[in-house]
Design a protein around this ligand. Sequence first.
Ligand code: C5P
Length: 328
Amino acid sequence: MGRRSYQPPRSSILSSRRDARARMPRPAPVTVRVPAKVNLHLGVGPGRADGYHDLASVFQAVSLYDEVTATAADELSIEVAGATGVPVDDSNLAAKAARALASAAGVEPAVHLRLTKGIPVAGGMAGGSADAAAALVACDALWGTGVDRSTLAALAAVLGSDVPFALQGGNALGTGRGDLLSPILGRGQYHWVFALADGGLSTAAVYAELDRQRAEGAARPPAHPPDGVLGALRAGDPVALGRVLANDLQPAAVRLRPQLRRVIGAGQELGALGTVVSGSGPTVAFLVRSAAVSISFASALAGLDVCRSIRRAHGPVSGARVLRPDGR
Ligand code: C5P
């Protein structure tokens, strides 16, 4: 009689894999810091058959950060600090990112992700996308998957239109859904004050409102190409940049959140170089001349009592990157 090797039941194979993992020394946790973005120019083309819009978007990464700490665990779990209303289940974009990387690298998505939020939630500053980009980088380092940068970028693009930029940071031109990036050679540091609103806006709802306004003939046609913004960045000229900030989504965001009119009006009243709704809103971005002006501008804005809270930041800053153990 031929010998047949013993085939343990699948459940016991899985549990013995778990046991083996438990016996292996666990890698040290990895923390990744990732910035928010502001769109210096957001030109939105007509709706496409796949439900998206072609964009000409100039992104700048700014110094409001989320941190994502990845710790080896038996299974995928999420914890959120510093904000409410962020899902901790599989619908969280960071969880989707961990699963996507695990499946591309052929490993188990065995990780605990702790998200520490410093980027406004649903504020038009790509906080969810930032967490997905940070989770990709953190899990890559934790698991030692060693996937190349272009694989990470491809995974990022599937997760969301703004995720590739959160990986890259700096200043960049985004075309397609916003996910096809070309870096921009720019000069200078730019100083921002952000007015945060109570409650977020759904990105999909703001795009749908723009389509509705355009169908009624009530919205402007797509913005001109971003030549003015690119020229101002090349020159490193914040005054010129302030004059050409543009966002096709702004009228739609204002229609959905009429209180934004007062916030935008405050920019002119207080002498901002430029004022623009950030992405799909409702955060409003004010460009100012210097870090010192950003302090006085922020306190004058607080005095007008037109928004929930205020943050100061500068840009451009680098994209998602691993923090050293000393936190730098
Ligand atoms: O890609 P992301 O999941 O961030 O997009 C959220 C929603 O925003 C999409 O479902 C779509 O309704 C809208 N969107 C769009 N065109 C883009 C990017 C986003 O219509 N280029």
